[in-house]
Design a protein around this ligand. Structure first.
Ligand code: PHE
Ligand code: ZN
Length: 847
């Protein structure tokens, strides 16, 4: 493919860049950027290549002398100074360019959001700011001067001198350009202080637009909790005298870990009980943690090249997941993370976009910020931790920080610290990084003469470009239970390395195995199991994840049978009754058990089992099972609903949030029977967004939401973030037969500001989240998505490309739907002037 970049082509940059001086003269349509780069050639005879896009070159010189046109070559992607024009030894290159932040709608580089200047440089946005070796293995110290008439002028590092209309910043830590940031605006801070274990005093500031400062307390508290946790759990301390965090309304992603100056999508900062749900609070804390943890895993130790992205992302996601488990959710966190991985990452592996956590080629790196790189990357770190043990893991991480601080590293460097600490050979394990696809693990068992034997057989379905798959090194956590539900074998780690392998245990009677405890490896477990055995594990398994998992597979099996006309399985309904009656269980755990597998997940399961999913039948089956649960257990659900009411002022803590979660799950079921009485009452009385929005979603889903929806909109029309929720739920929860028409209607709404990524994702993503609505038989959902991708692409290619992944499941469906999706994808690929982002995606999607 043209323009494809290969890992195997990596070569080091031929110059060292130790110091960078940048001056910004801010103006919306004509910002000047002056850069002085202090460069030293590593060898002889190399020409100097700098990346640069959409830059107007004003001047270019070396050591105070202007370059002549014959000295360099400028193209659309950069500038090359010929070797002959370079002095011997070290020199300073000086450039001045002009850029137009107010015309930057792609939100990459320097752009404007609501009157404020901000930057987004990962992955390759810095080249839209100035000519520079824009690659992560070039690390330099930055000194920045900002001139502009806005009151707050921020960049990375520690504050330097400042005066009316200007400010200087010094970052003592060498960093790649993708971690550069600048913010200028009329902003107010919510501030705090933190003293590190070694006694460094740090000022903490959460910067927002005036009017938003009353919704920053939780973000600040989360930041402090993150700093404490990283000192405790990883021995990592903060390393600057200030940590600034800024909320912006227009942002393509969640947040960004720029050194000492994190920039966040405002939805991941701003929270008050009236405007944010329990889930929002949880995500804010997790993402604040994530970006903060990047300071060590990302900033201090960065990636050699973008193929190594999961070196920082997989590890940092693993760290944020551990943080949330430790400070908030406890064991149910693992259920949530494993469930997300299976619905989203397994789905990616099953389709045309499947790729290894460390890919070996790409056209547009922005297209590789994926669930595979992030979430599967985190699972791999989790497996390493299981193999090394808690203590071995800590030693490996200590060695990683010791050995590689200040470096740009590879996955090989990372694996090597585990090899050195544990003495293991991880060459087979490395396949988890370099090979794509989800291994399937077939399990059979036998019992004879007091010996119980489990036999595992692994195979990985082919993925694009990878037909043959070698066996992986799979850690399988196993426990055995007797028929009274007692553990006869507590959790053991089996290590599978062959294609087929057996493990035997001496036990007095045939046990019930609990396999892949805590979801010890990201694989699909295939095992013939009776509904009775699943119900037994749901009642007795001593491993929380597998207990939930047993109920999950029971629900899945029942639902799949129901899509072809079966009645709800009595074993399942009975098991749910037992759960509801068990007051030793945590509400959050019961809520997770009550939640039925989503429609997309069911479609994935049907396809994986060789069938063709019918979206309408899936939707109907899910409704019917909910109704059956409600009818069978009405009394218990109603009693629970009353008992779970959380009184007093709102707190986002895990315990009340767990109660609210279970209470809303009960409400959703009860609404199948009570005509919406309870949901309407809750909507009217709610004093927090969790219950207000929860009740609204339930009403809309039941087709009873008109009045509540209107009231909600009237109340919140001036709050952007809440209005995003409204757009989303209006379409996502809408009965499928009217989802596309509702989406079309809302796309005409004056409040639909499609250039704002959050609003775009709310509406268009709302439709794709409505499985049966998006897959409407007439193809209208597909056409709607394609129209909007084509419209958004010239403005914001990153967000357009990201949203195109909704098409990745097309091979699952019947021939007519497949044909319709292929036509839409073809229409996209044939659009003139398509971005590299969307063009790569649509071509890969077509396969
Ligand atoms: N590096 C960011 C994170 O994971 C994500 C990001 C990527 C943000 C690219 C913006 C652009 O924390
Ligand atoms: Zn990250």
């Amino acid at each position: 493919m043209d323009g494809t970049i290969y890992l195997s082509d990596y070569t080091p940059y031929p110059f060292d860049l130790d110091q960078v001086h940048l001056t910004f003269r801010l103006a919306p349509s004509a910002t000047r950027v002056l850069a002085r780069l202090h460069l030293t050639p590593k060898g002889e005879g190399a020409s100097l290549h700098l990346d640069g896009e959409d830059l107007k070159l004003i001047s270019l010189g070396i050591d105070g002398t202007a370059l002549q046109p014959a000295d360099y070559l400028m193209t659309e992607t950069g500038l090359t100074v010929h070797a002959a024009a370079l002095p011997e030894g070290a020199f300073t290159l000086e450039t001045e360019v002009e850029i137009a932040p107010n015309a930057n709608t792609a939100l990459e580089g320097l752009y404007m959001s609501n009157g404020m200047y901000c930057t987004q440089c990962e992955a390759e946005g810095f080249r839209k700011i100035t000519f520079y070796p824009d690659r992560p293995d070039v690390m330099a110290r930055f000194h920045v001067r900002i001139e502009g008439d806005l009151p707050v002028l921020l960049s990375n590092g520690n504050a330097g001198a400042s005066g009316q209309g200007w400010a200087e910043w010094d970052d003592p830590w060498p960093k790649p350009a993708y971690l550069f940031a600048l913010v200028a605006g009329d902003l107010v801070a919510t501030s705090g202080k933190f003293t590190t274990k070694s006694g460094l005093e740090v000022d903490l500031n959460i910067w927002v637009r005036p009017g938003d400062e009353d919704r920053c307390d939780f973000a600040l508290e989360s930041l402090v909790r993150s700093m404490v946790w990283d000192e405790e759990a990883y021995g990592r301390e903060y390393d600057l005298s200030v940590f600034n965090l800024v909320a912006v309304d227009d942002f393509n992603m969640g947040a960004m870990e720029n050194k000492g100056l994190n920039i966040f999508n405002s939805k991941l900062v701003l929270a008050s009980p009236e405007t944010a749900t329990d889930t929002d609070y949880m995500r804010i804390e997790a993402v604040i943690g994530h970006e903060y943890f990047h300071n060590w895993t990302g900033d201090r130790i960065t990636c050699r090249d973008w193929f190594q992205l999961c070196l920082k992302e997989g590890l940092t996601v693993f760290r944020d997941q551990s943080f949330t488990r430790d400070v908030r959710l406890g064991p149910v966190k693992r259920i949530e993370d494993a469930a997300t991985l299976r619905t989203r990452q397994f789905r990616e592996d099953q389709g045309p976009l499947a790729h290894p956590p460390r890919p070996n080629h790409y056209r547009e790196i922005n297209n590789f910020y994926t669930v595979t790189v992030y979430e599967k990357g985190a699972e791999i770190v989790g497996m390493l931790k299981r193999l090394a043990g808690d203590e071995g893991y800590r030693r490996a991480l200590d060695l990683y920080f010791d050995r590689h601080d200040g470096q740009a590293c590879t996955i090989e460097d990372w694996l090597k610290v585990f090899e050195d600490v544990t003495g293991r050979d991880l060459s087979q394990f490395a396949l988890w990084y370099t090979s794509a696809g989800t291994p399937h693990l077939k399990v059979t068992d036998t019992y004879a003469d007091g010996r119980y034997t489990l036999t595992f057989r692994q195979s990985t379905p082919p993925t694009p470009g990878e037909a043959e798959k070698a066996p992986r090194h799979i850690p399988i956590a196993l426990g055995l239970l007797d028929l009274q539900g007692r553990e006869v074998l507590s959790t053991q780690l089996l290590e599978m390395t062959e294609e087929e392998q057996s493990f035997s245990f001496d036990v007095a009677e045939k046990p019930v195995p609990s396999i892949l405890r805590d979801f010890s490896a990201p694989v699909v477990l295939q095992r013939e199991q009776s509904p009775e055995e699943q119900a037994f594990l749901l009642a007795h398994d001593t491993d929380g994840f597998n207990r939930w998992e047993a109920g999950r597979s029971l629900a899945q099996r029942t639902l799949i049978d129901m899509t072809t006309g079966a009645e709800p399985a009595p074993a399942y309904l009975e098991a749910i009754g037992n759960l509801l009656a068990d007051d030793t269980l945590e509400p959050a755990f019961i809520a997770h058990c009550l939640a039925l597998p989503g429609e997309d997940e069911l479609a994935q399961a049907i396809f994986a089992a060789g069938g063709t999913p019918d979206p309408d039948a899936i939707h109907a089956a899910r409704n019917a099972l909910s109704k059956a649960i409600a009818t069978t257990h009405e009394t218990r659900l109603a009693a629970l609903y009353d008992a779970l009411e959380v009184k007093g002022p709102y707190s986002p803590d895990a315990e009340p949030a767990g109660k609210r979660g279970l209470r809303l799950a009960c409400l959703s079921l009860l609404t199948k029977l009570d005509g919406g009485t309870r949901a309407k009452a809750l909507f009217d009385q709610a004093n927090n967004m969790t219950e207000s929005f929860g009740a609204l979603s339930i009403l809309i889903r039941a087709g009873l939401g008109q009045e509540a929806s209107q009231a909600f909109r009237n109340r919140w029309q001036d709050n952007r973030l809440v209005m995003d929720k409204w757009f989303m739920v209006e379409v996502a929860a809408c009965p499928p037969e009217s989802a596309v028409s509702r989406a079309r209607e809302l796309a005409q709404d004056s409040a639909f500001d499609w250039k704002n990524p959050n609003r775009f994702r709310a509406l268009v993503g709302g439709l794709t989240a409505n499985h049966a609505g998006f897959h409407a038989k007439d193809g209208s959902g597909y056409a709607f998505l394609a129209d909007w991708l084509i419209k958004l692409d010239p403005m914001n290619p990153q967000t357009a490309a990201r949203m195109s992944t909704s098409f990745e499941t097309w091979r699952r469906y019947d021939a007519t739907r497949q044909q319709m999706i292929r036509e839409e994808l073809t229409r996209i690929t044939e659009t003139r002037g398509l971005s590299r982002d969307l063009s790569e995606m649509s071509q890969r999607l077509l396969g």
